[in-house]
Every structure is written in structure tokens, then in C-alpha cells.
Ligand binder design. Structure first.
Ligand code: 4NP
Length: 163
């Protein structure tokens, strides 16, 4: 991915399957960026460390919960690639396992510095230190993920969106 705007921050959200948490993070962050008419400031994508669902739309349950908040998730699942360390400035993992997998893949020390935890962007006092995998959970699990991501993505935008 070649950015035409050198000031763009390129953000890649990463989870295990790339069908629940990271495409939701991508969709939420994109909607916040659009809300602020700041799409020229960011390139946004998501990917999974696993390869189970490549080419699929996000999990239907996550699409329904996101749509109820006005967010359409249309990402097609893809696996993280070592090239992503060149193509993105921030590579944001949802949980400790995602972060460990990303650190193993990083081709250099500089590349590894791009890896961040989504929880770093949670507001002070957040009840979680990661974004829990909702795949085997009920509706509350999906709502919790969306709440955590909404909070984290707003803080991420404020940190990198220049407001
Ligand atoms: P995600 O959730 O990492 O948030 O996309 C999962 C989706 C699928 C699987 C695991 C987690 N899976 O094992 O297929």
C-alpha cells in the first residue's frame, strides 16, 4: 500500500480470526475518522494472525451488532503478512496472544516498535487490559468488544488525529 499523503498514519488492527474484533476495530475507527472528516489523515485495515477464514466477511453476529450501532462491516478476511510491517505505522493487537504472534513475525527491532496493544488506548479505569475474543460468547461478548473498541478507537484518533 503506497500512501500519497506523507502525513497519513497507517493503522492495521490485528486479532486471531480477522472476522470479529479487528474488522470491528477497523469499522469503528473508520467511522470515527469519517465523523471528523479526517480520512486524508489515515489508512486503515485489519488482518488476522490465523488463516481459518481468509476471504470471508466478518462473523454475522459481529456484523449485526455493529450494524445496530450504524457501522457496516465489509472487510474481507486476510492474514497478516511480514510486508505489513513496511506498509503500516501502527500494528495494533487485541490480546496478549495476538501481540506475541506479531512480535515473532516482526522482521526488525524497528518493525517490532510498531506493535501496540489496543488496551493501551483504553480510557483510564477501563475494566479490561485486552479485547476478549467473543467467538464463543453470546451477545454480551460482542457488545463488550464494541464498547471497548469504541473507547479505544476514540482515544487512538485523538492521539494521532491531531485534535
Ligand atoms: P477474532 O475471533 O479473532 O476476534 O476474529 C475469532 C474468530 C474465529 C476464530 C477464533 C477467534 N476461530 O477459531 O475460527
Amino acid at each position: 500500500m503506497n500512501s500519497t499523503n506523507p502525513k497519513k498514519t497507517r493503522v492495521l488492527f490485528v486479532c486471531l480470526g480477522n472476522i470479529c474484533r479487528s474488522p470491528a476495530a477497523e469499522g469503528i475507527f473508520r467511522s470515527i475518522v469519517d465523523e471528523h472528516r479526517a480520512s486524508d489523515l489515515f489508512d486503515i485495515d485489519s488482518a488476522g494472525t490465523g488463516n481459518y477464514h481468509i476471504g470471508e466477511l466478518p462473523d454475522r453476529r459481529m456484523r449485526v451488532h455493529a450494524r445496530n450501532r450504524g457501522i457496516e462491516l465489509t472487510h474481507r478476511c486476510r492474514q497478516v503478512d511480514v510486508e505489513d510491517f513496511n506498509d503500516f505505522d501502527l500494528i495494533i493487537g487485541m490480546d496478549a496472544s495476538n501481540l506475541q504472534n506479531l512480535r515473532r513475525m516482526a522482521p526488525s527491532v524497528e518493525a517490532a516498535r510498531k506493535i501496540r496493544a489496543m488496551a493501551e488506548f483504553f480510557s483510564p479505569g477501563a475494566r479490561y487490559d485486552h479485547v476478549p475474543d467473543p467467538y464463543y460468547e453470546g451477545s454480551e461478548g460482542f457488545e463488550l468488544v464494541l464498547d471497548l473498541l469504541d473507547d479505544g478507537c476514540r482515544n487512538l484518533f485523538n492521539r494521532y488525529g491531531g485534535i
